[in-house]
Design a protein around this ligand. Structure first.
Ligand SMILES: C[S@@+](CC[C@H](N)C(=O)[O-])C[C@H]1O[C@@H](n2cnc3c(N)ncnc32)[C@H](O)[C@@H]1O
Length: 315
């Protein structure tokens, strides 16, 4: 995929956002209104997502060395710690919600790995383990790296680990997240009711009413072992390959969960596509470029990204 959408993190001035589009609730009570804390009833969905589970299981099997110390930040039901416990000497599993931490403790015990995994009820934002870590596992992921604190939590943990133990974390699972944007046309008509609102669809399954107006373009590669982007500011373009209207951008999120150089492949997990309507639909002809601008902070709200979206045809 060519990287036509220009990304500039540090030097691009912040683009104006339409503040009226961002609910004050998203500003005053982030933790409650963003998606950081996943209630227990939602964890069944995570456990049943076979593509997610298979990618993590394979990556953990192949990348956790025998006898390692593993830390998992954001334990949920503890399933990723369970995978790690098959090889690790010790797994420290951190969950902030008391009832979810209690469920993880119960389930890990019922699955026979309580002697390897300890569940710590704590905030991953400032957690530091009692000994250096060989592998960090962290799945605080949401489409576009929005709503959950993957970038912040991993970046903070790496910093604290290096400062306290004098060594970097050797292995992080997932290894990277690749973000791309694609121009699409979406009717947004629901039984005669026109409602251009954010929509999520299964990755790889094109809903029959969506028209792909051009190829996706990568705008961020977040490599968790290196500098992790915290503020994303894009001013670039996507190409149209047919005549019509571009009225939405599809945000594609591919997590490279584990890289296996000896096999020349990786275990990947594509999250649900997130489709956001443009405030100003643009008419295009095949071969046109559409200039797109948007910005958001990783872990921020979908509303904040939507309020910054802008597109115009470049001829
Ligand atoms: C997306 S779920 C993933 C759960 C589990 N790792 C899995 O893969 O099934 C993220 C979990 O992290 C927890 N969490 C979110 N922010 C956290 C924080 N700052 N500290 C500790 N746990 C957190 C949530 O409550 C939730 O249980």
């Amino acid at each position: 995929m060519k990287s036509a959408v220009a990304l500039s993190r540090a030097h691009t001035p912040r683009l104006p956002t339409r503040n009226a589009d961002v609910s004050p609730l998203h500003r005053v009570d982030e933790a409650a209104h963003l998606g950081q804390y996943i209630p227990l009833h939602y964890h069944g969905q995570l456990l049943a997502d076979d593509r997610r589970m298979s990618a993590f299981e394979e990556a953990i099997d192949k990348l956790v060395p025998e006898g390692a110390h593993v830390v998992e930040l954001g334990a949920g039901t503890g399933v990723l710690s369970f995978f790690a416990a098959k090889r690790a000497r010790k797994v420290t599993c951190v969950e902030r919600l008391p009832n979810v931490a209690a469920a993880a403790r119960r389930l890990l015990s019922a699955n026979g790995v309580a002697h390897v995994v300890s569940v710590v009820e704590a905030n991953a934002d400032n957690f530091l383990p009692d000994e250096p870590v060989d592998v960090l596992i962290c799945e605080l992921l949401h489409a576009g790296l929005l709503r959950e604190k993957q970038a912040e939590v991993i970046a903070g943990f790496k910093e604290r680990h290096l400062a306290h133990f004098g060594v970097p974390v050797k292995q992080i699972i997932p290894e990277a997240t690749i973000l791309a944007a694609q121009p699409v046309f979406q009717p947004y008509d629901f039984h005669g009711y026109h409602a251009p609102v954010a929509r999520f669809t299964e990755a790889g399954m094109i809903p029959c009413d969506t028209i792909e107006m051009g190829p996706p373009e990568v705008y961020v590669v977040a490599d968790y072992r290196n500098d992790i982007p915290r503020s994303i500011s894009v001013d670039g373009w996507v190409d149209a390959d047919k005549d019509g209207v571009v009225n939405a951008l599809r945000f594609i999120t591919k997590n490279v969960v584990g890289i296996f150089p000896s096999e020349g492949r990786s275990a990947d997990w594509h999250m649900q596509y997130m489709m956001l309507p443009l405030p100003n639909p643009v008419h295009v002809k095949a071969g046109d470029r559409v200039r797109v601008r948007f910005q958001y902070d990783t872990g921020g709200s979908i509303e904040s990204l939507m309020s910054s979206l802008f597109a115009e045809t470049m001829r």
